[in-house]
Design a binder for this molecule. Structure first.
Ligand code: AGP
Length: 578
């Protein structure tokens, strides 16, 4: 993963790059660094941990016309200052920041006669560039041909007042004004500074100068690119009244859903439903939380449209030996629209000549650009690594999509739901009880099984608790062996038609001494040890209602253990590597 940011100009390039890195911190926060070019000398400042640690090392008044910066999510090599970017070639001529993975770096390393100081693939890449001869752009073009894998890079040469950038399978955009040029992994970095930007396609290169940028193809031929108007984006700066973004984002869910309802039913989504209705089946593909949204999306489409649906985890789908059907609509769900596995699957589907629809939260993201149909979500910017409002907005979006596709008119009940849905305060006293259990299982059936999966992912992700979500009916096929009086089973039960089945499964747990926390809007014939009463809504809305207390549980659990719920260890918000 990682984020890169580079700036050349006569303004506050150092501060702008650091600010840019802060905006990109969602892409990784293991370490960060900048390289400065001044008086034909390259110098670096690096730090382990969040950007605020780097910031402390940089003089606030430091000026430099050429700066490249990086925030890292470790792929090759441990988290350390040596492995932090930028990396300098052994001859001291070049410095480079890189987002992506060079898959053949071990092989390239053996071909280079250099002594490396880090364990990174990037140091190999920059030395490969240095080993070439000729102009810097030419060297970069040559090296890019030899590397296998993904990259978005910014490169500087110690004698040139220029920044060279290149992209393959990792996002990169460039913006230019009269006084400066910037490059970044994400266009939110340009907000407030530029009116237009250019989004690079794979195997495109650019040479940035002060107030000027030229684009090139992989053969070094100059190309023209069309600018994208930045003013179209909803880039309001995130301010934080609560201490954590996750807390803020949990609270924002009702407002986000209202906005989404308005966008779908008052402004009408810009989708050709007549064309979409011709599809005979749907195949949903995503990763992590977005995969859970897909599981619900498939249930909604099956229920309302009576079309067969299947769901795949993107990292599995891309290597499955499967057949593709032109009559199937392939739906890719992704908050960021930059997830490497999801993008690879969409690419594969397109290559087979099939139709791609995406459900994404970030306008102009990579996934959106390659899709035939776009059904956006309107969660607003989500910063905490653990997805909350983006998930509920995806679920609501997929419900609305299924209804619009089916022609079933449920506008009034959707409207009433978004009007009445609220985030209730979490019963913090429950937390004390729950924290006593070191073994936690989440169980549910059908849509509640999806909530079980998502609830357990949240708890794993930010409280580092080893817990699993399991289909309630599957317990007796193995997992029941783990249940004892030290076990907490969180049971979600929101479907009247499956109530008795859930009760049987819960009684099986209780018979083995397991303790039960029941999340339900229904009347049950047993007494659980703990209970969270859910507000009562129509069944199809309950996945949105029931996940909220589980998001809160994970949040408060994480805090109780002294962790930062916004930035869980080993993770990043956008997973742009395979
Ligand atoms: C959610 O809490 C996770 N951080 C993660 O599973 C995430 O949903 C997944 O990486 C997919 O991301 P995307 O929606 O941006 O594709």
């Amino acid at each position: 993963m990682c984020g890169i940011c580079a700036s050349i100009g006569k303004e506050n390039e150092v501060q702008d790059v650091v600010l840019g890195l802060k905006k990109l911190e969602y892409r990784g926060y293991d370490s960060s660094g900048i390289a400065l070019l001044g008086d034909e000398k390259i110098s670096c400042v690096k730090s382990v941990g969040q950007i605020k640690n780097l910031e402390k090392k940089i003089d606030k008044n430091l000026c430099c016309p050429v700066v490249i910066g990086h925030t890292r999510w470790a792929t090759h090599g441990v988290v350390s200052e040596e492995n932090a970017h930028p990396h300098i070639s052994q001859d001291g001529q070049f410095a480079m920041v890189h987002n992506g993975i060079i898959e053949n770096f071990e092989k390239l390393k053996t071909q280079l006669d250099v002594c490396l100081y880090s364990q990174t693939d990037t140091e190999v890449f920059v030395n490969l560039i240095a080993s070439k001869t000729g102009e810097t752009l030419f060297r970069l073009l040559q090296a890019a041909k030899e590397v296998v894998g993904s990259f978005a890079v910014a490169l500087i040469h110690k004698n040139e007042n220029k920044i060279f950038v290149a992209k393959r399978q990792s996002p990169l955009a460039v913006a230019v004004s009269k006084t400066k040029s910037m490059a970044a992994s994400d266009i939110s970095v340009f907000a407030g500074k530029f009116d237009f930007c250019y989004i690079l396609d794979d195997n495109q290169f650019a040479v940035m100068e002060d107030g000027k940028v030229d684009f090139f193809d992989e053969n070094g031929k100059k190309i023209q690119k069309n600018p994208v108007f930045i003013g179209d984006f909803d880039f309001f700066e995130e301010t934080l009244q609560e201490k954590y973004f996750m807390q803020k984002e949990i609270k924002e869910q009702p407002v986000a859903l209202r906005k989404e309802f308005f966008k779908y039913f008052s402004e009408c989504p810009n989708l050709d439903f007549e064309a979409l209705k011709k599809c005979k089946s749907l195949h949903f593909v995503a990763c992590g939380t977005a995969y859970h949204s897909c599981l619900l999306g498939a249930q909604f489409v099956q229920q309302f449209c009576k079309k067969p649906c299947s769901v795949s985890i993107a990292s599995e789908f891309r290597y499955a030996r499967q057949t593709f059907s032109k009559k199937c609509l392939y739906v890719f769900v992704s908050q960021s629209g930059e997830t490497a596995d999801t993008i690879a699957c969409a690419k594969l589907v397109k290559e087979k000549g099939c139709k791609v629809m995406c459900v994404t939260n970030v306008p102009y993201c990579t996934l959106e650009q390659m899709s035939d149909f776009v059904f956006p979500t309107f969660a607003g910017k989500e910063i905490a690594v653990a997805s909350t409002k983006a998930y509920t907005c995806q679920v609501f979006a997929l419900l609305c999509f299924a209804l619009l596709l089916s022609g079933v008119d449920k506008k009034e009940s959707l409207k009433n739901f978004v009007k009445e849905f609220e985030v209730l305060p979490f019963q913090e006293k429950l937390l004390k009880e729950i924290c006593k259990f070191k073994k936690v299982f989440f169980i549910g059936r059908q849509q509640d099984y999806v909530t079980a999966l998502e609830g357990s992912l949240k708890l794993k992700e930010i409280a580092y608790l080893n817990c699993i979500g399991i289909a309630a009916g599957e317990l007796k096929h193995g997992t029941l062996a783990l249940i004892d009086n030290q076990t907490l089973v969180i049971a979600i039960s929101t479907q009247e038609r499956l109530k008795e089945k859930m009760e049987s499964n819960i009684l099986e747990v209780k018979a083995r001494g397991g303790k039960v926390l029941l999340l339900s809007n229904l009347q049950h014939n047993f007494t659980p040890e703990f209970r969270i009463d859910l507000p009562d809504f129509e069944e199809c809305f309950m996945p949105i209602v029931s996940i909220v207390p589980l998001q809160q549980l994970a949040f408060f659990y994480s805090l109780a253990l002294g962790f930062n719920p916004d930035k869980p260890r080993n993770l990043a918000k956008a997973v742009t590597v395979e």
